[in-house]
Structure formats: structure tokens, C-alpha cells
Ligand binder design. Structure first.
Ligand code: ADP
Ligand code: 5GP
Length: 194
């Protein structure tokens, strides 16, 4: 299944979609399956109150991020809404060696880099049932206010135009339905382990 590193059978899965579409919530459901692991990104964005260092992100300064970048630690990285985000290469390679389904919840810029570097990566774009839902869900989440919210809504519109570049598009109308659709795409619907 996996080609870049030869004989490993793991699967890299890109999950993208506009802010507020439900990527994080969907990934939280998917990782309940022991065959699935989610990449923990490095970011310079400030930590949100409910977020935990090392669980949701590794929170670093711009200097630390730049040092890691120069050391070649990232499989991809991008700037989103003023902050840097990057996927660490080493845990990705380890997950593939362990035959895991490895989820990368990343933006469209990062997705493009991963698609080039790992052509076997499977890509899924999460869509809201309709555009107005995004702002409502972001408001409901309560983590982005004022300018931050407006910026995310603007970026979301641009991001939606990239949906056709992904192999699969999944509408997050009802969470359980969307998760089930992705589990089928990933071949996780069969009960027995690979
Ligand atoms: P993202 O990671 O794409 O920015 P989140 O997973 O943080 O989005 O979801 C944004 C908000 O929408 C959260 O408050 C989440 O609980 C809610 N949400 C996610 N999926 C659904 C859904 N299918 N129906 C209703 N609300 C949802
Ligand atoms: P948030 O600040 O809401 O957690 O994430 C903002 C955006 O950055 C989302 O689209 C999220 O998927 C993306 N993101 C998170 N981690 C990474 C990463 O490591 N690389 C890239 N390119 N984007 C990321």
C-alpha cells in the first residue's frame, strides 16, 4: 500500500477543510479505533484554554519553529491566519512502520506539500452542509472572536475552492454519519484488524 519507504503498509491520510467544518471533532472520533493515530502538529499559535501541550499541539515560539524547520524536522509546514503550523516527519515515519492509519489534520497549503512528497497519501476534504454553518460553529466553539473569526471565515471561503483537489469529499452534516463514511473510505468498517 505504501511506496515511499518501500515495504511499510501504513497509510497517511490528509484531512483538510475550512475552519469550523468539524475536522478536529471527526479526528477525535476516528482515533478511538486502535488502528488510527493522529499527528500532533507543532504551532506558534497561542494555546486555547481547553488545549493541552503534547495532546492537541506542541506549542512553540517562532524561533523554536524556525530551528526545527532548518533541522528538516517537518514533513510540511505552512502559515495560517498569522501563525506557523508544521507536521513532524519522525512520528509520521514511525506510524507508517507500525502499519497505522496516520491522520494529518492540516490546511490546504500543507496538503499540497504532502501530496507531492507522499503521492500515496489519501486525501479527504471535509465540507460543511452549507457555508453559513461554519460561522455558527466557530461562534459556538467560542475560541475565535472579532478579527480572528472574520479572518477564519475569509480563509474558509478560499479553502473551499480547493475541495476538488482531494480524492474524497465528505459533508459533515451529522457527525456520526460523516465519521462512518470516512471509516468506510479508510477500510476501517471491517471489524477484524489488518
Ligand atoms: P475544525 O477543527 O474543522 O475547525 P471543530 O472540530 O473544532 O472544527 O468544530 C467546530 C465546532 O462545530 C465545534 O464546536 C464542534 O463541536 C462543532 N461540530 C463539529 N461537527 C459538528 C456536526 N456534525 N454538527 C454540529 N456541530 C458540529
Ligand atoms: P487551528 O488553529 O484551528 O487549530 O488550525 C488552523 C488550521 O491549521 C486548520 O486548517 C488546521 O487543519 C491547520 N493545521 C493544523 N496543524 C497543521 C500542520 O501541521 N500543518 C498545516 N499545514 N496546517 C495545520
Amino acid at each position: 500500500m505504501w511506496s515511499e519507504r518501500g515495504n511499510s503498509r501504513g497509510q497517511v491520510v490528509i484531512i483538510s477543510g475550512p475552519s469550523g467544518c468539524g475536522k478536529t471533532t471527526i479526528c477525535q472520533e476516528l482515533v478511538k479505533d486502535p488502528r488510527v493515530r493522529k499527528s500532533i502538529s507543532v504551532t506558534t499559535r497561542p494555546r486555547r484554554p481547553q488545549e493541552k501541550e503534547g495532546r492537541d499541539y506542541y506549542f512553540v515560539t517562532e524561533e523554536e519553529f524556525e530551528r526545527k524547520r532548518k533541522e528538516g524536522k517537518f514533513a510540511e509546514y505552512a502559515r495560517y491566519s498569522g501563525h506557523l503550523y508544521g507536521t513532524l516527519l519522525e512520528p509520521l515515519e514511525r506510524a507508517l512502520e507500525q502499519d497505522m492509519v496516520y491522520l494529518l489534520e492540516i490546511d490546504v497549503q500543507g496538503a499540497r506539500q504532502i501530496m507531492e512528497r507522499f503521492p500515496q497519501a489519501l486525501s479527504i476534504f471535509i465540507l460543511p452542509p452549507e457555508e453559513g454553518v461554519l460561522k455558527r460553529r466557530l461562534l459556538g466553539r467560542g475560541t475565535d472572536l472579532g478579527k480572528g473569526l472574520a479572518t477564519r471565515v475569509e480563509i474558509a471561503k478560499e479553502e473551499l475552492s480547493h475541495a476538488s483537489r482531494y480524492r474524497y469529499r465528505v459533508v459533515n452534516d451529522r457527525l456520526e454519519r460523516a465519521v462512518e463514511e470516512i471509516r468506510i473510505i479508510l477500510g476501517l468498517d471491517q471489524k477484524e484488524h489488518r
